[in-house]
Design a binder for this molecule. Structure first.
Ligand code: PLP
Length: 484
């Protein structure tokens, strides 16, 4: 595909400015002036519009098609929340506006949103307080591990390790390690697909600072032993971190705080529809119980006696700043609007439909692909393409063949404990027709794996780039090289 420079024609212009009729004095000293022409593409306005519109149409998004990328919850983001986030009074607020008096009334609404949204998060999770600052799930995990470290330091506890189930999300061990902990992996019970509680009880020591639970775990299975895990942890003065990135599976059904969880994060970009973006702008608020509140990052929004709101900074035991200003405010606002639009009943239905849709697709596919953990699933499930490997077809080939059929592929080769994993998360937003169309495509691909495996190995054939060398694509950012 041509890049914009290939379309450049010397002398072609998008705008023609009239010749200057006043003396044109350069303000930049001669020494700093560019001596050669700026190497830009020379194009008409129409060339530029067609080029970038063309590029945008190569992109795949939730707004263009079904996107069952497991663990990522690529659900539809209702446009009403975009309208709300675009309101002048929110979108154009400057973070340095004064809180009270002159101009103070300009920020009271934003502070109220943050204060009320914190209460919403406490209500859905059963935690006692939240910080809204972390800008992604992994950032929330790190903040949570820093809170745990601060708590142990304050109590004079000498602890150096964190236990993490092997079915946890990959960011968990990284976050624990960045917070300065050694990590050890707790095995999964091969029958239930849940953390092996007996193994945990045998592994935990007085050196253990925390256990990090992903629930539902990356197999899409709900761990019903949460309270038991918390009890074991607390006997050793260890805390329990709950990775609630996918709380969209249990809204209105289960509150981690009620099961003895000490710290957790919620991914707003998965639980409540907000855009994910590439590496952001996400949001991963962290909730804590009372005993960890003193360590929360600053600032915090407090409600005064006269019902105005203020940002407060004076908490002697705080871990300090973990993000500039107040987090991704407009993402918080979208999520707040989403929760207000749906209410408690609507949020419960979100989870019910997410779970129903996942189980429906799972049942339509489990006779043609292996289902290593054959259990009712939550919001997602993990199939394996290991049966298809007998014909030389791998999870990657299934994923690529889906692209030709108009679907975004599922997450493949994750979680690591399933060979040839395909992690499918339909989300609650999709209609029965869309789910059926996807299941039909998956079944057609399974049939082709037996009759014409080479057609799958050649996929995708409908895209401008078929199978780039993924290593080169990341390490040698050269379009031509990546293709050969
Ligand atoms: C997505 C996810 C994360 C990481 O969230 P980011 O916002 O991508 O940093 C962590 N844990 C689980 C279980 C997730 O699904």
């Amino acid at each position: 595909m041509a890049v914009i420079f290939d379309k450049s024609v010397p002398g072609r212009k998008g705008v023609a400015l009239p010749t200057c009729d006043v003396p044109c004095e350069p303000h930049i000293p001669d020494a700093y002036q560019r001596k050669t022409k700026l190497p830009l593409a020379e194009l008409s306005e129409l060339d530029v519009v067609r080029h970038f519109t063309g590029l945008s149409r190569l992109n795949f998004g939730v707004d263009t098609g079904f996107y069952p990328l497991g663990s990522c919850t690529m659900k539809y983001n209702p446009k009403i929340t975009e309208v709300i986030a675009g309101l002048d009074g929110f979108a154009n607020l400057h973070p340095f506006l004064p809180q009270l008096r002159h101009g103070g009334m300009l920020v009271q609404g934003a502070l109220q949103v943050m204060h009320e949204f914190e209460r919403v998060l406490c209500e859905v999770s059963g935690m006692s307080a939240f910080t809204l600052h972390p800008m992604a799930g992994a950032h929330g995990e790190l903040a949570g591990m820093m809170l745990i470290a601060a708590y142990h330091r304050d109590k004079g506890n000498d602890k150096n390790e964190v236990l993490i189930p092997d079915e946890a999300h990959g960011t968990n061990p990284s976050s624990a390690a960045i917070a300065g902990y050694k990590t050890r992996s707790v095995p999964t019970n091969s029958e239930t697909g849940m953390l092996d509680v007996e193994a945990l009880a045998g592994m935990i020591t007085d050196e253990t600072a925390a256990i990090m639970l992903t629930n539902p775990n990356t197999l899409g299975i709900f761990n019903s032993d949460v309270a038991k895990v918390a009890e074991i942890a607390h006997q050793h003065d260890a805390l329990v971190y709950y990775d609630g990135a996918n709380l969209n599976a249990v809204l209105g059904k289960f509150r981690p705080g009620d099961a003895g969880i000490d710290v957790m994060h919620i991914n707003l970009h998965k639980t409540f529809a907000t855009p994910h973006g590439g590496g952001g702008p996400g949001s991963g608020p962290v909730g804590v119980q009372k005993h960890l509140e003193p360590y929360l990052p600053i600032s915090r929004v407090e409600k005064r006696k006269d019902s105005t709101y203020s940002l407060e900074y004076n908490y002697p035991k705080t871990i300090g700043y973990i993000a500039p200003f107040y987090g991704n405010f407009l993402i918080l606002l979208r999520a707040y609007a989403y929760t207000m639009l749906l209410g408690g009943k609507g949020l419960t239905e979100v989870s019910e439909n997410a779970v129903l849709n996942a189980n429906y697709v799972m049942h339509r596919l489990k006779d043609v692909y292996d289902l290593p953990y054959d259990q009712p699933c939550m919001h997602e499930f993990v199939l394996s393409a290991r049966r298809q490997t007998a014909n030389g077809v791998h999870a990657l080939d299934v994923a690529k063949a889906l692209i030709d059929r108009g679907f975004h592929p599922p997450t493949v080769y994750f979680p690591l404990i399933v060979k040839e994993a395909m992690m499918i998360e339909p989300t609650e937003c999709e209609s029965r027709e869309t789910l059926d169309a996807f299941a039909d495509a998956m079944r057609e691909i399974a049939a082709l794996a037996e009759t014409a495996p080479e057609s799958l190995q050649a996929a995708p054939v409908s895209t401008s780039v078929s199978r780039p060398d993924e290593l080169k694509a990341a390490k040698a950012m050269d379009f031509a090289a990546a293709q050969d």
